[in-house]
Design a binder for this molecule. Structure first.
Ligand SMILES: [Ca+2]
Length: 340
């Protein structure tokens, strides 16, 4: 009986060794080669010849968005940015008080939710940040109808930045404060390689801070400087309004106030901040697909590159069974010339 047990243990041991071998990349018999002349013109097929018969082959074509080296990349180098632009449409409605709205960009640590701390942070931001609308870009007269506008943020793309709208106006008890409606708010980054990425409203992390919150019991704000009317109350004026029915369609507004609400409209000093934004974010590159699975044998694969350039193509070949998997990575680099 003892002998039989030992044989059994030895057999299990050998079995484990073979399983471990599967985790070693060298165990996958696979290689890739190109035609010996190795020169191609745009539009010609490139033939990848495969040695071995792995269970599967996944590949990365080396084209933009399909580079294995960029498979975990979520930020592009800043020097690859061509432009960053804030776009939105706006309309200034009702009310008579004008010159209410400014747009700033600058460094902001965010809101701490401690009122005294945040009041100080906002005051610092106002004095340190760059005013983007200093030449009348946001005068109400330009937005009497729904009008598209844009601001160039490219000079501010070198580090994290916060954008802020500031609505400031005194209420004299008779002249109503203008309301502003914002639509289609987006920040678009264009890269030198032609890629674009867009931050929509839901990416901006909007937060409000009112330096003169309304404490009137009739007013829904109830003295809360962080009030953003997310519940959609109609009992408020002089506040940023981020109710979800608006924000989910990339829209928000500033609720003005007037003679109908004189018992609770007050002087406006209302800030709307984005979170700290990076303009060079990107999606990781994705593979170009699975070329083969265990059911087919694939001696070669042909693919046409339409753009001249130097490409590094990556193939991941693997074997898989119920005990584990192993894979190997092979790369080939070649140049596609202009079609003559
Ligand atoms: Ca206010």
């Amino acid at each position: 009986m003892k002998i039989r047990n030992s044989i059994y243990i030895l057999a299990v041991g050998a079995f484990l060794v073979s399983c471990n071998d599967l985790d070693v990349d060298d165990s996958v018999d696979f290689n890739v080669s190109l035609a010996s002349d190795n020169t191609y013109e745009a539009g010609d097929p490139v033939v990848f010849n495969f040695d071995g018969n792995p269970d599967y082959i996944t590949w990365w074509s080396g084209e933009e968005g399909h580079k294995y080296a960029n498979r975990e990349r979520t930020e592009l180098p800043l020097e690859e940015i061509e432009s960053v632009t804030l776009n939105f449409e706006a309309q200034a409605r009702y009310g008579k008080v004008t010159n209410t709205l400014s747009l700033f960009v600058g460094d902001f640590p965010g809101l701490s939710k401690d009122v005294a701390t945040d009041d100080s942070r906002v005051a610092d931001f106002e004095s340190d940040a760059t005013l983007l609308s200093g030449n009348g870009e946001l005068l109400e007269s330009k937005f009497s109808n729904r009008t598209a506008t844009s601001f160039d943020l490219t000079p501010y793309s070198t580090s994290e930045m916060t954008l802020a709208f500031h609505y400031k106006a005194d209420f004299d008890g008779t002249s109503a404060l203008k309301r502003w409606d914002f639509y289609s708010v987006a920040i678009t980054t264009i890269y030198k390689n032609g890629n674009t990425t867009t931050l929509n409203l839901s990416d901006l992390g909007l937060q409000t801070f009112d330096r003169n919150p309304n404490t009137n019991p009739k007013h829904a704000q109830q003295g809360d400087p962080y009030f953003d009317n997310s519940s959609g109350s109609s009992s408020c004026t002089g506040v940023w309004d981020l109710r979800s029915s608006l924000t989910r369609v990339n829209s928000f507004m500033y609720l003005g106030g007037g003679t109908n609400e004189t018992d609770y409209t007050n002087n406006a000093d209302d800030w709307l901040f984005t979170k700290s934004l990076k303009f060079n974010t990107c999606d990781p590159d994705e593979n170009s697909g699975v070329l083969k699975n265990i059911n087919v044998r694939l001696p070669s694969y042909s693919y046409v590159y339409t753009q001249p350039g130097t490409y590094t193509v990556t193939f991941i070949a693997g074997n898989q069974n119920v005990y584990g998997s192993a894979r190997t990575i092979k790369e080939v680099t070649f140049t596609i010339k202009e079609k003559e």
